[in-house]
Every structure is written in structure tokens, then in C-alpha cells.
Design a protein around this ligand. Structure first.
Ligand SMILES: *Cc1c(COP(=O)(O)O)cnc(C)c1O
Length: 393
């Protein structure tokens, strides 16, 4: 017999010990934090008059992101979704091919594939990394694919499977080594959705830098924000040049006329957003330290919680803990909605994990593995407030 109220009260008590300001105000999921540096850069940017696509801040911000992540190149764009779209468009993937995507992701991952003319093909995530399950992936591909010519073909649909987009869920690095081995075997291009993972490292490599390319998001709820923004990370010069070219209406820069050599995008980040982002980067290290300390406190204070646990980074990973994640034990998964409502009523704005993408109406016909594992996992996940400001030593 589970006494529901006891579960709710016990969890609230444990969280109240971590969120010590709970009496003051509602505790939001993830709030941005600004310093005087941002105000100074924004003011300089406005004074210069160059707030849009021309201006020094874009280049400085891109250099800063490349240096911090250890990526050879960074291209900043208007948001994370457009970064994904541009990464796909710059990667020479056959149009109309299928792209493997974890069903447990934000809808943007699959939307970008569709906008680019590809077909999302959903695969499972596991509890170990919260990202794509390498064992399930390999077994599934062995079952449903074969080589025809130089490419991998889905024997059920007849379409090429060209790429995979592992997503570093809530900032936690995916099992990239295993996934890379599988992708080499099946010749799949890896594009990492590291939208949530700025400041997360796997074996001291920054997320999004150890494959064909990766993307970041600088949306308002992410660890660093430019208001809206995103970036492509890559070590591949051809991809970098192509992404830059496509993002600026495919204009031939050497030409004095308005000459464009293909259908491009208008995806470049404006300088005013880059100015904000550059200021934000100055305090990133400090934000990560506080977020990691907050995560540690949540993990420690819930060690004795009988009905679930807080996700902890895997060995070899150093996570930014973008969103702290309570994983309920399967026998209380049915209480998830009630727990979230209870916490919200007590001014802690917890939220459920995204609805699995394969269950959304627009993806009803999309190809997929058996996703019972994903559905089971999603139904046990509750994200709790994770802003760096919430950490009090
Ligand atoms: C935030 C996010 C994106 C998209 O970023 P936007 O900047 O909001 O377009 C993509 N994928 C994941 C997993 C995200 O969390």
C-alpha cells in the first residue's frame, strides 16, 4: 500500500531543504541570470549602431564558443532549431532519407529534420544516460536495415537511413563511444543535439565536438542565453564554410553584386544577441559550479527517498546538470501527475518530461522501433527547478 500523501509530503520536505528560499517566491524551473557585463556589451553594441548582422560581437561570440568547447569552428544562428536545420542542410545527406532521433527529446529535434526534407525515425533512450540506447539501436538496425549500394536502407520503407541525432538529455552526455562504433558499422552521420549541454563534457571532450557536428541552443531557459540563439559546432572546415554560406542567404561574398548561388537561409545571429551572449559566457564557469553543487544537494537530500532517485552523471562525464531529474520507481510512476501538481501548488515549478515524440499527431506515421522502453522511462521523469541562483552554500 502506498500512502500518496506521505510520498508527496516526504518529497516536499526533502526539496525544501535544498530550495531554502522556498518561503519567498515561486521557484521557477530555469531562470536566466545577468551581470553588469551584459549591460555594458549591449550598451556598446547599441552605441556602435551595428546591432544586426554586421558587428564585432558575432565574431567575438563565435570565437568564445569555439574556444570554450574546444571546437575548431562555431557558427552562431538565430536559435537551436535553425542550427539543427542548418547542420542537416550542410551535411550532404540524401534528401528524403530517414534520420534516427530519440523519441525522448524536445520536439525541435524532429521538426528540424522535417523542415530539412528528412523523415524522423524514432529510437529508444535508456535510463543509464537518458540518451539513445546503443544496445537497442544496434539490435534494431540489425533487424530492419541492409546495405544497398553505398547506403543503409530501411527494409520496411525502402528509404535510406542517413544520419542519427543523439541528444544530450537535460545536459547529460550520451554514450557517444558506443554510438560512434555502431554508426561506423552502419555508416551513419552523427549530428549531436547538444542544445542543453553547453558546459557538459564526456571524457573531457565537450558535448557536440566529437562527431560530424553538434548544435547548441541559447534560448532563455538554457544555461547561457542570447535571448534566442543557437550555434553549430564542427571541426570540419567544409561543413563550417557551407553552414556559414547557407546561413547568410548563400550570398557570394566576393561579389559586389547581390549574387546568390543556391536557396539559402537568413539564420545568422544578430550582433545585439551575440553581445548578450558574450557577456553571459563570462560567468558560465561560475554558473556551472553552482548548478553542479545544487544537483549534488538534490542527490544527497533524496538518497533516502523511497520512491525514486535523482539522476547522477555517469563515470567519466562532467555534466552541467541543466535540468535536475527525479526518476520515480516504476511502482509509483502512476503518481507522477499528482506529484507535479502537488509541487506546483507548493510553489515549486516541477514539470514532466516531454511527451514522447512518436505519440504526437504529426509523427503518428513516422517509422520507429518498439518504444515501450522510452514510454516507461518518460512516465517516471519529473524535472525540478535548476537555476544556478537556487544554490545556497
Ligand atoms: C532547446 C532545445 C532545442 C532548440 O532550441 P531553440 O533555441 O529553442 O530553437 C533543440 N533541442 C533540444 C533538445 C532542446 O532542449
Amino acid at each position: 500500500m502506498i500512502r500518496e500523501n506521505e510520498v508527496f509530503e516526504d518529497l516536499l520536505w526533502r526539496l525544501s531543504r535544498v530550495y531554502s528560499d522556498i518561503d519567498k517566491a515561486p521557484i521557477h524551473l530555469h531562470e536566466p541570470e545577468f551581470s553588469d557585463t551584459e549591460k555594458e556589451y549591449l550598451s556598446n553594441c547599441i552605441d556602435s549602431g551595428f546591432v544586426s548582422s554586421v558587428g564585432k560581437y558575432v565574431e567575438e561570440f563565435e570565437d568564445c564558443i569555439a574556444r570554450y568547447t574546444g571546437s575548431k569552428y562555431a557558427v552562431s544562428v538565430v536559435n537551436g532549431t535553425s542550427a539543427l536545420q542548418l547542420a542537416l542542410a550542410s551535411s550532404d545527406l540524401p534528401k528524403g532519407s530517414e534520420i534516427l532521433i530519440p523519441s525522448m527529446s524536445f520536439v525541435a529535434t524532429a521538426n528540424a529534420a522535417v523542415h530539412g526534407g528528412f523523415i524522423p525515425h524514432f529510437v529508444n533512450s535508456n535510463e543509464k544516460s537518458l540518451g539513445i540506447d546503443p544496445i537497442k539501436l544496434e539490435a534494431y538496425l540489425n533487424k530492419i536495415s541492409h546495405y544497398s549500394g553505398k547506403s543503409l536502407t530501411n527494409i520496411n520503407t525502402g528509404r535510406v537511413i542517413s544520419a542519427i541525432i543523439p541528444m544530450h538529455c537535460f545536459g547529460h552526455p550520451v554514450e557517444l563511444e558506443s554510438l560512434t562504433t555502431i554508426c561506423e558499422k552502419f555508416r551513419l552521420t552523427i549530428i549531436e543535439d547538444a542544445a542543453e549541454a553547453l558546459g557538459s563534457f564526456n571524457l573531457s571532450h565537450h558535448c557536440g565536438t566529437q562527431s560530424h557536428c553538434g548544435i547548441l541552443s541559447f534560448n532563455g531557459n538554457k544555461i547561457v542565453t542570447t535571448g534566442g540563439g543557437g550555434a553549430i559546432l564542427t571541426n570540419n572546415q567544409d561543413l563550417y564554410l557551407r553552414a556559414k554560406h547557407l546561413s547568410t542567404t548563400a550570398r557570394i561574398s566576393q561579389s559586389t553584386e547581390f549574387e546568390h548561388d543556391e536557396i539559402g537561409y537568413n539564420f545568422r545571429m544578430p550582433s545585439i544577441n551575440a553581445a548578450l551572449g558574450l557577456g553571459q559566457m563570462k560567468t558560465l564557469e561560475d554558473k556551472i559550479t553552482r548548478k553542479r553543487n545544487l544537483a549534488l544537494k538534490l542527490i544527497k537530500n533524496n538518497e533516502e527517498f523511497k520512491h525514486g532517485y535523482f539522476y547522477k552523471e555517469r563515470d567519466g562525464c562532467c555534466s552541467n546538470y541543466w535540468l535536475n531529474t527525479l526518476i520515480l520507481h516504476p511502482d509509483v510512476a502512476f503518481l507522477r501527475e499528482k506529484i507535479i501538481k502537488f509541487l506546483n501548488a507548493n510553489k515549486i515549478f516541477a514539470r514532466p518530461c516531454w511527451k514522447p515524440l512518436h505519440l504526437l499527431p504529426m509523427f503518428r506515421e513516422s517509422p520507429r522501433d518498439n518504444l515501450k522502453q522510452t514510454e516507461g522511462l518518460v512516465n517516471r521523469i519529473i524535472n525540478v527547478p535548476s537555476s544556478p541562483q537556487l544554490y545556497k552554500p
